[in-house]
Write a new protein. Structure first.
Length: 349
């Protein structure tokens, strides 16, 4: 873990950048852009459902599973933006959009995701405060790896190779986490969230079984959910893995350093922006979570120049290299366990 900028007053580093961004009106809502995006996504989803109904009796219907996976990722990106109040200035409107795109369309709890994701944004890559780097199936520090034994140690030794295969399960995992989180929720929130999650599962199963034979439905669901999870993994993996991790006992970073030093941007084209849902501008998104997605690329030159003037590293790389760096970090974390002798069932090395 590192703590660059030691001895530097970071309290006001963000102020002038925020003033410039506001001066360019980059925090203003883009209601029309989001209305068109939501409408286009809904029409595409409807077209896929129509296609399932028309060709569900043929194995050719499986060609629609990857298309639906990509559209579900678009749906998740819309829910993500609603959770950050990018779409509307009205909290209730953002919540409704989030519930529709999260709970109803994806079976992913909006309340669970918002709580987890907001904690991540507040302290990215902080080992004690960011749930995204908490020790779970994967670990992200040598200290976490040192505590692993048995099957979990095996996972850690090979986690770099297993990362993308494991993301194939993410679509199902998100649904499980949502239902589990209902125990934390209370009152009206639990009722609404639970009803929409059940409605999603019932609707998804009904759609599959009424448009295609059972065998087709099982293969379609497996392919769709696996590719959806993989797509999300490809969108989120490059953003923070392998970046600086604040020392819990070290210097406290200001907002600018806390967000910039722990985040990585991905260079690319309009296609990259579309595929990653704007999350390729991760630095700008973390600095200004409520900034509408189409404004992130406009803020990028301002943020990069500001960081350059302050001597703060601004991490940006290509998409393939970003995966290489993230996987290299996970590989290095598991190195000590790979160096240990592996015991046979008899207890011999």
């Amino acid at each position: 873990m590192s703590s660059p900028g030691s001895g530097t007053d970071t309290s006001s580093e963000f102020t002038s950048l925020l003033r410039d961004v506001r001066g360019q009106d980059l925090l203003a809502r883009r209601t029309g852009w989001y209305a068109r995006t939501i409408a286009a996504n809904a029409l595409c989803l409807a077209a896929v459902v129509t296609g399932m109904a028309l060709i569900g009796g043929s194995w050719w219907v499986l060609l629609l599973a990857p298309v639906l996976a990509v559209l579900c990722a678009r749906t998740a990106f819309i829910g993500h933006d609603a959770g950050h109040a990018q779409i509307s200035g009205d909290r209730a409107t953002n919540r409704r959009i989030g519930l529709i795109h999260g709970n109803l369309l994806l079976g992913m709890s909006y309340a669970w995701w918002s709580d987890k994701h907001n904690r991540h944004h507040a302290n990215p890559n902080h080992i004690d405060k960011d749930p995204d780097v908490a020790a779970d199936v994967l670990v992200f520090t040598g200290e976490q790896a040192a505590t692993r034994t048995g099957f979990r140690a095996w996972l850690t030794r090979h986690q770099a190779w297993l990362f993308f295969p494991l993301t194939l399960l993410e679509g199902i995992a998100l649904k499980v986490y949502g239902f589990q989180d209902l125990r934390r929720q209370t009152g009206h929130e639990r009722l609404v969230e639970g009803a929409l999650l059940v409605a999603h599962v019932a609707g998804y199963v009904t759609l599959l079984l009424t448009t295609m034979p059972l065998a087709h439905a099982l293969v379609f669901a497996a392919l769709h959910q696996a590719l959806f999870g993989l797509h999300l993994g490809m969108a989120f993996a490059p953003n923070h893995k392998g970046m600086d991790m604040p020392d819990p006992d070290g210097e406290k970073w200001g907002h600018l350093r806390r967000q910039v030093l722990t985040s990585r941007n991905i260079r690319g084209s309009v296609l990259t922006d579309w595929f990653l849902g704007g999350l390729n501008y991760q630095i700008e998104h973390h600095l200004f979570p409520s900034m509408p997605r189409p404004h992130l690329k406009l803020a990028r030159p301002m943020v990069e120049a500001h960081c350059r003037d302050l001597g703060i590293p601004y991490a940006e790389t290509g998409l393939v290299d970003s995966y290489r760096r993230a996987l290299r970090h996970m590989h290095d974390v598991g190195e000590p366990l790979r160096a240990e002798p592996v015991l046979t069932p008899s207890g011999r090395a």
